[in-house]
Design a binder for this molecule. Structure first.
Ligand code: NDP
Length: 294
């Protein structure tokens, strides 16, 4: 049995859907990582459900807001994750946890490997890195999955924001000098479960950090162009006629973001035989899911 935290989120929701009756999933009402005694609640749930793995998809994900709420971000993404990992170690439960490309400073142009030095540019990146370190130090059996640019058809993300703006504006300026890979939440959830299954089959559980994101790479501008291409073909009421590529410096945000968000996913592929589809194929699948819903 698997326990999922963050069931209302993009990744947590996709996990809960895939696992169906093989899971128990909770939102922040049921288990709140800001509460100092949230692990007591886990102990009660453990007695009721006897799960062997926790997948933590809960997180403080408001990258810009974190700059003005560093303590809350650090609590949810850092110290609470350490307490969760400590609880997992004590109860012999495997912990799967998500982290981010924002642990890197984004220098260079090559995809980052898991072994590369981290140097977050933002409070959010710093808080996620703290969570990673505390898990590693806990001694719990774990997989830390670093991913990037997560979206689905209904969450609050770049994809849904673009779809809305295409209906409202004739022209949009989009950052073109940040490179990375959009990651479709249902694909990430599927790959996570496949990696976990493969890890559980190994003689010595391969605890560690693994990169898992959509295949190939693009920029936010490239992603927006692809979304516009699909939207123009499928949706009525699209106003947007022009996308203008701009550098990051022309779109200032509270939190700095890495220019190079590319993640090298070779380790997950060689260890678990897991690879996510090309980001453009994933985008088409996401669009298809919207069409099927209507
Ligand atoms: P979402 O923002 O979609 O969901 C996060 C969930 O965390 C929410 O459902 C929320 O629950 C829950 N949550 C927030 N605060 C608390 C709390 N105090 N206690 C318990 N639960 C809480 O996140 P994603 O699915 O996009 O992200 C999943 C993981 O992937 C995260 O670890 C994130 O850092 C990482 N990631 C995400 C990226 C992205 O682009 N989104 C990129 C790289 C990594 P509720 O709704 O019940 O309040």
């Amino acid at each position: 049995m698997i326990l999922v935290l963050g069931k209302n989120g993009q990744v947590g929701g996709a996990l809960a859907k895939l696992l169906g009756s093989g899971e128990v999933a909770f939102d922040s009402q049921e288990i709140n990582l800001t509460q100092p005694d949230f692990t007591d609640r886990l102990t009660v749930l453990f007695q009721q459900h006897d799960f062997s793995t926790i997948i933590n998809a809960a997180a403080y994900t408001q990258v810009d807001k974190a700059e003005s709420e560093p303590e809350l971000a650090m609590r949810i993404n850092g110290n609470a994750v350490g307490e969760l990992a400590g609880w997992c170690k004590t109860h012999d439960v495997t912990l799967v946890h998500y982290s981010t490309d924002y642990v890197f400073d984004g220098s260079g142009t090559k995809p980052h490997t898991e072994e590369e030095a981290t140097a977050p540019l933002s409070v959010y990146g710093e808080s996620k890195l703290r969570g990673e370190r505390l898990i590693t130090e806990s001694g719990a059996e774990h997989l830390i999955v670093r991913t990037s640019w997560v979206y689905d058809a209904s969450g609050k993300n770049f994809f849904t924001t673009m779809r809305r703006l295409f209906m409202e504006r004739e022209e949009l300026k989009i950052v073109a000098d940040q490179a990375g890979a959009p990651t479709y939440a249902p694909h990430l959830a599927r790959a996570t479960l496949a990696a976990l299954e493969a890890a559980k089959k190994t003689e010595h559980f391969p605890s560690g950090i693994y990169h898992l994101c959509g295949g190939s790479e693009t920029s936010w501008y490239g992603f927006a162009r692809a979304i516009l291409g699909l939207a123009s073909g499928h949706e009525s009421g699209i106003k947007c006629r022009q996308l203008q590529p701009i550098p990051t410096c022309e779109y200032p945000t509270e939190a700095l973001r890495p220019l190079n968000s590319r993640l090298d996913c070779t380790k997950a592929e060689t260890t678990f035989g897991v690879r996510l589809p090309h980001w453009e194929d994933a985008l088409k699948e996401c669009y298809e899911s919207i069409r099927l819903r209507h």
